[in-house]
Design a protein around this ligand. Structure first.
Ligand code: ADP
Ligand code: MG
Length: 683
């Protein structure tokens, strides 16, 4: 397109010289199109408000007239200017700091608008900005956009520059959305919306502009996911595994238990996918204890038997060690070599492992997430499994691609993401679900008790010990103060040792060395300790089937999904298991969660309630979830829009003429440009 805003360098604008251009580049702004799409993240409100609505401490804009001759005080290089101003018939004191030059302009009777912070008690306004209406229109009465800028770029400069760009090139802003979608949702045209976002005039217009741009942002996000999916299905550049089903059957027959129907079914889905020459990108979800590890093991076995290597990525070292142990046991009889790569290896060991991987001496590597991001190379990587996280995004795929690898990817999660949400947020994933737990599992009995019932709780621990079982005792780990929480764990450990002298009580927390942690975990798994006092470091994945009692101290300090994860550490064998939540019955926000926990131990139901209690934004947290971040949209409030956008995008991507019709050209151009910038081939 010759009238493409993204073809016009930003230097073309008046006032943008080489040094300013360089600073704009640092913000990701290279072209006029980029600049026009650089949206403010908030607005400063200079609209005049009726004085009686103003509350103490608020930032306000008021209109008045100078009522007294100003007085100027100077002290140690600074100055303070005071004047009385009448506003709506009332008199207030206006104070300016370091604006001595205004003194001569504050003539009695002159109209003035003041923006600043109101102090009710002293009836005083500390002025941040003031304007004289007789000098012509200024900011008064407007909403001023605030952009994310730095260096020598000021708000005033970028406002002016964007304004110039809009005046000069605004007419060229293309409509990206298909006409049918604009009509269906009664959206205002893109050009108008962009103008309004930068130059909002009244709130209603602002809302319409925002509605339009939020929809667009989410729609484009969905289009990218779905177009990527459509493209990767057309592109046979994945690993086409050869799978010998007889061989798989023999391997499965050698397992220490019989697979559930559900496990067999998802294994079939996965193997079918792996045989295809397209890249597999599949999410395996299954409640805690449903038996996901063995499913991963079969898939890893299949990739190794086809002459590839497999990687299993997990979020914690404890989990990495556990998986490495159990996979070694499973695979060694078949001559398959399993290695472990974590951050706490010595440099020499690490080098050894990395070299063995590159030479193909290791078939399977288990490690923390950094596994694929560091300079680790495989001889021939066929499958990556990530356990307990849904973070394997487009980004990591392109890291692997850059290393010349395009493995199949299986992502496993026990945080059962409601299906719609999974597809919505990870639109390019296929989903397999483990619906049943292994046979003979009894539902975990869950109780909610007060702190004062500790004696009975101790009795419970003794009883389980007499039956030959073990107990997890969890104390909270709250991010802000790991130190305090570690101290909690240490104290609790001491107290339990005194209260239960005949029991062997282990301790595990985040401040221990990796070797100490591993030893505490190993001793508990080997039943050399009866009770493991731990912080939430064991939250996910830990598998000790002989442990039947999970006690959570101050359970109201945990989120619902987290409690369910913790509870899932028991009930993993044939024995009846229990979960005791110790929480104050008066704890306000804890009540609903405790009730949900005692009502059900179905992870899907729990996650549904969690979603309801917290909303999708919170539900996924922000940091850990790998949820995409949006410029304007907020998943908490705009979730319904995201779902709508997903459906619309799916409908459009499925259209035969999507890749050819001229009416979708601007949208296609946009998607291709974005894909190029992110290094992801789309076509
Ligand atoms: P999760 O899905 O939470 O990762 P795991 O894979 O750790 O669960 O499995 C939980 C426990 O159940 C493990 O001890 C595992 O050996 C056992 N298990 C898995 N599948 C079966 C099965 N089909 N029959 C009996 N036990 C099983
Ligand atoms: Mg697991």
């Amino acid at each position: 397109m010759n009238n493409d805003l993204f073809g016009i360098p930003v230097e073309r604008l008046q006032g943008v010289g080489p040094s300013k251009a360089e600073e704009l580049h640092a913000l990701g702004i290279y072209t006029v199109g980029d600049l026009i799409d650089y949206f403010p993240f908030r607005y400063e409100d200079y609209r005049v408000r009726p004085f009686h609505e103003v509350k103490d401490g608020e930032k306000i804009t008021v209109q008045g007239a100078v009522a007294s001759a100003p007085s100027l005080q100077r002290y140690s290089g600074k100055s303070r200017l005071l004047a009385r101003v009448t506003v709506e018939g009332l008199i207030l004191t206006a104070v300016w700091f370091n604006r001595a030059f205004l003194k001569d302009q504050l003539t009695i009777g002159r109209d003035i608008t003041l923006t600043g912070k109101w102090d009710q008690r002293r009836r005083q306004l500390t002025v941040a900005e003031s304007e004289f209406p007789d000098r012509g229109a200024g900011k008064t009465g407007t909403l001023q956009p605030v952009y994310s800028v730095g260096g020598s770029i000021t708000q005033a400069w970028i406002r002016k520059t964007i304004d110039r760009a809009l005046t000069q090139y605004g007419a060229m802003i293309p409509e990206l959305l298909p006409a049918e979608i604009v009509a269906r949702h009664r959206l205002i045209p893109r050009r108008e919306a962009v103008l309004r976002i930068h130059r909002p005039e009244n709130t209603h217009e602002g809302q319409e502009a925002r509605r339009r741009m939020v929809y667009e942002e989410l729609f484009l996000f969905q289009m990218k996911l779905q177009a990527y999916r459509a493209a990767s299905r057309k592109q046979p550049d994945g690993v086409a595994h050869k799978v010998d089903s007889e061989d798989i059957r023999r391997f499965v027959a050698g397992l220490p238990f019989e697979l559930t129907d559900s496990q067999k079914q998802v294994i079939n889905e996965i193997l079918l996918d792996m045989k295809r020459p397209y890249v597999m990108n599949r999410l395996l979800q299954g409640d805690v204890g449903a038996g996901k590890t063995v499913v991963a093991a079969v898939a890893l076995y299949a990739t190794v038997r086809d002459g590839n290597q497999g990687a299993l990525m997990v979020p914690t070292e404890i989990l990495a060690e556990q998986h490495a142990r159990s996979l070694s046991k499973l695979f060694e009889p078949h001559g398959i070599q399993v290695g472990l790569l974590t951050g706490s290896l010595t440099e020499r060991k690490r080098k050894d492992i990395v070299a063995s991987l590159q030479m193909g001496l290791l078939d399977i590597i288990v490690g923390t997430h950094a596994l694929i991001q560091e300079d680790v190379y495989f001889r021939r990587l066929g499958l990556v499994v990530t356990d307990e996280q849904h973070r394997f995004g487009v980004n990591q795929r392109s890291i692997l691609r850059r290393k010349g690898m395009n493995p199949d990817v299986l992502t496993m999660t026990a945080t059962p993401i409601p299906r719609t949400l999974a597809i919505t947020v990870f639109g390019d994933l296929d989903v397999s679900t483990l619906r049943e737990r292994p046979k003979g599992r009894k539902p975990i009995k869950t109780y909610w008790v007060k702190h004062s019932m500790m004696d009975r709780v101790l009795g419970f621990i003794r009883r389980e010990k007499e039956a030959g079982r073990q107990t997890f005792f969890i104390c909270p780990l709250i991010e802000e103060s790991e130190k305090l929480d570690v101290q909690n764990a240490i104290d609790l450990h001491m107290q339990l040792r005194q209260a239960l002298p005949e029991l062997r009580i282990g301790l595990l927390h985040g401040r221990m060395t990796p070797a100490e942690k591993e030893e505490a975990m190993r001793a508990f798994a080997a039943a050399e300790t009866d009770v493991l006092v731990s912080t939430t470091v064991i939250e996910v994945g830990v598998d000790v089937p002989n442990a039947t009692l999970m006690i959570v101290m101050d359970a109201d300090r945990f989120g619902l999904s987290q409690l369910h994860q913790l509870r899932g550490r028991v009930g993993r064998g044939e024995h009846q298991s229990y979960c005791i939540l110790i929480a104050d019955p008066k704890s306000e926000n804890g009540q609903e969660r405790m009730k949900a926990m005692t009502d059900t131990d179905d992870g899907f139901e729990i996650s549904r309630r969690d979603l309801e209690l917290r909303g999708p934004g919170e539900f996924f947290g922000t940091k850990q979830s790998g949820m995409p971040e949006f410029r304007l949209a907020n998943l908490l409030n705009d979730f319904a829009v995201l779902e709508q956008a997903r459906d619309d995008a799916a409908e459009l991507a499925a259209k035969d003429d999507f890749w050819s019709s001229a009416s979708y050209a601007p949208l296609r151009d946009h998607l291709l440009r974005e894909a190029r910038l992110q290094g992801e081939p789309l076509d």
